[in-house]
Structure formats: C-alpha cells, structure tokens
Design a protein around this ligand. Structure first.
Ligand code: PEP
Length: 249
C-alpha cells in the first residue's frame, strides 16, 4: 500500500509570530484521514516548528537545500544542517526554484544525491509549462526531468523518494489540472519508473499532485488511483483549508 501524503509548502510566507499563529491553528485541527501530513516553513522557522510539532502527527520539512556539505556558498543550507534541527525530508526541484533560481536537472541530481546520502527523504517536484502542454509535449518534458535527475539512482533509493507532479501552469494560478489530466500523467510517470526500475518500485512510489489543490477539488483529485496525495501551496496557509484537503482522503 502506497503512502498517502499531503504536504504544505508555505514558500516565503510567515515570519516567526505568524508561524506560531498558524501552528496554533493547525494544532486545533482534527486529522480524520490516514495521510501523512507535512508542512514546509521557511528556513528561519524550521527549528521552532520542529519543536512545536514534536509530539504531533505533523512532520516539518524543508523547501530546499544545497548539494554541498558546507563551504563558501553564501546564503545556502546543507542537508546535515537541516538534519541537525530535526528535518528529515526536503522538497527539491520546485518549479519556482527552477524558474527564479536557475536550478537545473544537473544541480537537482546532485541535491537528490546529497539528501539521500544524509539519510533524508526527498519530495522531488517536476512538471511541464503551459507551452509544453499546448504543444502536446508534456510527457516528453516530464520524462526528461525525471530521467535527468533520478535515473542514476538505484531502485532501493526510491524508498526515500516521493514524486510531486506539478504542472507549472496550475501553480498559484487557480487553474487545476483536471482529475483526468492528473491521473493520465501520474500513470505515465509510474510507467516511466516501471520501465527503468521495475513494477515493484513503480508501484511503491507515492506520486503527489500539486497545482491549485483546494478543499473543493481535493476529493476528486485524490480519488484517482495513481494520485497518492498533494503538494499544497496557497491553501496550506490556512489551517482549516489545509486540513480539509488532508482529510479529503
Ligand atoms: C506549490 O507551490 O507547490 C503549489 C502547488 O502551489 P498552489 O497550491 O498555490 O498552486
């Protein structure tokens, strides 16, 4: 049985007092699904959030990290630094990192390696842009993003990899992929993994959907057989909305 996961990506939102308010609201919510729940605050609030959720069923995860262990990389944070404040999971390859910070597949492959080497779990994001989909090229784009960053791994490494399909045209736009579009792409992704790593691994990897998931569309999207959860941006900033999505399972 694949893990069902709902992860909230807070992006560059919430200073420390705002983080505390959202933590308080999240603690009031009732978890009625079996999904694993994660939140990704900014670096400055990771330790605080980790401490706050120590006894709770919410895992605090990071939004990014550098591939080096340490050194002259001003402004960056390494896997071992994240681990030292209790963080076991990191989001890598978010489309905003790719678009605004020029993260390439090559860099992401190194980040994935560094995270796995440090015993971390990775939520690896990828997805096509609108022009790719309009040109009917979405599967080629997604396949090459997966191949370039993950195909050098061993099948065993996939125990610590979660995939997040996030069509760029659906992120923060209010436009969601239809449940059928999400299912078709997730099935394609699983098939791509099957061809390279075999069915057992392909069947075991959780594939999340991300892109304007809200309380009113989560049930339908999560009902699709190859959709194992969601990566949630905007709606994760309100505890009630986020938990309505988590409990949509
Ligand atoms: C995201 O940033 O990963 C995301 C899916 O954002 P939103 O839910 O706001 O579209």
């Amino acid at each position: 049985m694949r893990k069902q996961i709902v992860a909230g990506n807070w992006k560059m939102n919430n200073d420390l007092p705002q983080t505390q308010l959202l933590i308080d609201d999240l603690k009031k919510q009732k978890l009625t699904s079996d999904a694993e729940v994660m939140i990704a605050p900014t670096f400055t609030n990771l330790w605080h959030a980790f401490e706050a959720f120590r006894q709770e069923h919410i895992e605090v995860i990071a939004q990014n990290m550098h591939f080096s262990e340490s050194g002259a990389y001003t402004g960056e944070v390494s896997a071992s630094m994240l681990k030292s404040v209790g963080i076991e999971t990191v989001i890598l390859g978010h489309s905003e990192r790719r678009a605004y910070f020029n993260e390439t597949d090559e860099m992401l492959a190194k980040k994935v390696d560094a995270a796995l080497k440090n015993g971390m779990r990775v939520i690896f994001c990828f997805g096509e842009e609108l022009a790719d989909r309009k040109a009917g090229n979405e599967e080629n784009v997604v396949e090459s993003q997966i191949k370039n960053a993950l195909f050098h791994l061993d099948g065993d490494d996939f125990k610590n990899i979660v995939l997040a399909y996030e069509p760029v045209w659906a992120i923060g736009t209010g436009e969601t992929a239809s449940p059928e579009q999400a299912q078709d792409m997730h099935a394609f992704i699983r098939n791509t993994l099957d061809n390279k790593f075999g069915k057992d691994i392909a069947d075991a990897v959780s594939i999340l959907y991300g892109g304007s998931v809200k309380p009113n569309n989560a049930v339908e999207i999560f009902s699709k057989p190859d959709v194992d959860g969601g990566l949630i941006g905007g709606a994760s900033l309100k505890a009630e909305d986020f938990f309505a999505i988590v409990n949509a399972f």
